[in-house]
Design a protein around this ligand. Structure first.
Ligand SMILES: Cc1ncc(COP(=O)(O)O)c(C=O)c1O
Length: 261
């Protein structure tokens, strides 16, 4: 066990003269980084920096190994079934937008419904509003009760055969409560999309830093989170997607590493 003082001393930002006496309570917005994270990032540039996946020389191979090891680590962190189910993004917002621009714009049709909860961050509302506007679909709100909970009755009232996508935060940044993702996912898969199953997208920005995540046990189709809320460097996020769904999606960004001939 480390004392609070020992943990604090691992975050050098607190020992800088300009931050004397700093007490930081905004980790849900972004965390500070411990020394090992700053070191690991600096070490990469000092020792292994090259373009990953692009060269056959030693540096590029080491950079590729670092990159792919990080993907495997994230897959394990979420209990994904394989590293190929992890896509690196800039943050949770980009992960959610990626699903909206690919899955949303390709699968949602006029008359479909997209269900979000009343406690979503704008990053998990605006992309779905965009899809609804583009496709003539309807945005449906899962409301919560006076204890900020989404009841089973509400789930059954709002998710139905017209539901194509359900997009919900696992932990709310508004209330701090945990939503019943397993229940929502299993009901959405059972009745959504004319009984073929709606797609379930989870915003894990506030849950990944605090909970053990098991995307297979939750049985969600996509799970988005960011690094900067769990002590990783700024500017890195991840999206988990079930492999058979990722393979169906149209490309979000086009460029290197996607050409067969
Ligand atoms: C629940 C939730 N979703 C999404 C986001 C956006 O996260 P990011 O900054 O990684 O895009 C936040 C940020 O506070 C959040 O709390």
């Amino acid at each position: 066990m480390f004392s609070a003082q020992e943990i604090r001393s691992d975050f050098k930002i607190f020992s800088q003269p300009e931050n004397e006496g700093l007490i930081y309570l905004d980790s849900a917005a972004t965390t500070h980084r411990p020394e090992c994270v700053i070191q690991a990032e600096a070490d990469f540039y000092r020792k292994n920096n090259a373009n990953p996946l692009r060269g056959l020389y030693a540096l590029s191979i080491r950079a590729t190994d670092d990159y792919e090891n990080a993907r495997s680590f994230v897959a394990k962190f979420l209990n994904a079934s394989e590293p190929a189910e992890i896509i690196f993004t800039r943050n949770a917002s980009e992960s959610l937008n990626l699903v909206a621009y690919t899955l949303g714009l390709s699968e949602v049709q006029s008359g479909d419904e997209i269900v979000v909860s009343c406690m979503e961050h704008h990053s998990n509302i605006l992309p779905w509003q965009m899809v609804c506007n583009a496709k003539g679909a309807k945005l449906v709100w899962l409301e919560c009760d006076s204890s900020a909970e989404i009841s089973e009755q509400e789930i059954k009232a709002k998710i139905n055969s017209k539901t194509k996508i359900v997009a919900v935060a696992q932990v709310s940044n508004v209330f701090g409560i945990t939503n019943p993702i397993e229940k929502i996912a299993s009901y959405a898969h059972e009745v959504g999309n004319g009984g073929k199953g709606a797609y379930v997208v989870v915003d894990g920005a506030q849950s990944a830093p605090h909970k053990k995540i098991d995307v297979q046990a939750l049985d969600v189709d996509f799970f988005a989170f960011s690094g900067h809320k769990l002590c990783a460097p700024m500017g890195i996020g991840a999206l988990y997607g079930k492999k058979q769904l990722l393979e169906k999606l149209p490309p979000f960004l086009r460029g290197g590493e996607m050409i067969e001939y």
